[in-house]
Design a binder for this molecule. Structure first.
Ligand code: R5P
Length: 282
């Protein structure tokens, strides 16, 4: 098995390779001046299982084209199997045609990736109405981060109350089995959400708000404002943090952590062991 680090996930891929003692290589990639992509593998891929590690942030569209070219090239070079590890898998949020003519992105990403890979491994995918097996026609394995997060919370908090957000982290928060509540979010547009919910959280105890993705930061900021507690920390599985989102969120709390499904200065939870373990199982 050869582990290949694609542009967004080289460090993580290298760690996975080291943990498993598998051979590792960076995907050699360069963009031509006109924007076309040029990539190549080093070494012999003949009859090998090639594992591409690529998170879909930043530059999700570039990340997608890159892995499609890489997967196709790996097969052309004789790879026996091509597996995708996508710690953060994008394009899952649009799972229904809400307005006429709209593209259902999760269906498209499911079709494209199913045609190019033999199997996919991902972490805490953002799913609303469908499960992964309805979207993908190849084996797709979902890594559950709850035990890792539970240990992190035990190590770093004394007496914490956990707050989840309905469609983003409700399920994850329930699995953590701490004292918890789930808030309800309604999104008005990309940058505006409203938060509601009943709670009797103690103002004296610490609060950790958990969400699967922080993108604009609006959900976290509104949740912090809604709770009005003094000691609030935030955790996200996928730290997207577009533009100035982190600096804006820091105006409300400085205690912000994330897992390294996407590289970010807030990374504190390393998912490489979970991925390595899953690779040995499939
Ligand atoms: C949405 O359904 C997700 O679970 C997150 O709550 C959302 O992506 C967060 O986005 P933002 O930071 O832009 O509010």
């Amino acid at each position: 098995m050869i582990i290949v680090g694609c542009s967004n996930s080289k460090k993580l891929a290298k760690k996975i390779g080291e943990k498993l003692n598998f051979s590792y290589q960076d995907l050699a990639l360069e963009d031509f001046p006109d924007g076309e992509m040029h990539l190549n593998f080093k070494g012999n891929l003949k009859n090998q299982t090639v594992v591409l590690v690529q998170s879909f942030y930043p530059n999700p569209n570039h990340a997608l084209i890159e892995i499609m070219f890489a997967a196709s090239n790996a097969r052309d070079l004789g790879a026996k199997k091509v597996i995708l590890i996508a710690p953060y898998l994008a394009y899952l949020r649009e799972d229904e045609r809400v307005s006429a003519g709209e593209c259902v992105s999760s269906k498209v990403i499911g079709d494209i990736l199913s045609r190019n890979f033999d199997a996919i491994v991902t972490i805490e995918p953002h799913l609303h109405r469908h499960n992964l097996n309805e979207i993908f026609s190849i084996p797709i394995y979902k890594i559950d981060i709850s035990d890792l997060l539970k240990n992190y919370i035990k190590k770093n908090f004394k007496d914490v109350q956990i707050v989840g957000i309905n469609d983003g982290s409700g399920e994850l928060v329930k699995k953590l089995s701490f004292d918890s509540i789930i808030l309800n979010k309604k999104r008005k547009n990309y940058f505006n959400v409203s938060i509601k919910g009943n709670h009797n959280l103690s103002k004296e105890r610490e609060v950790l708000i958990v969400d699967d993705i922080i993108s604009s930061g609006a959900t976290m900021i509104e949740a912090i404002k809604f709770l009005k507690n003094k000691k609030i920390s935030c955790f996200t599985v996928h730290p997207v943090f577009i533009g100035g989102a982190l600096r804006e969120l820091e105006k409300y709390t400085k205690k912000i952590t994330s897992s390294n499904t996407i590289y970010h200065e807030t990374n504190n939870l390393d998912v490489s062991n979970l991925i390595a373990k899953k690779l040995l199982e499939i």
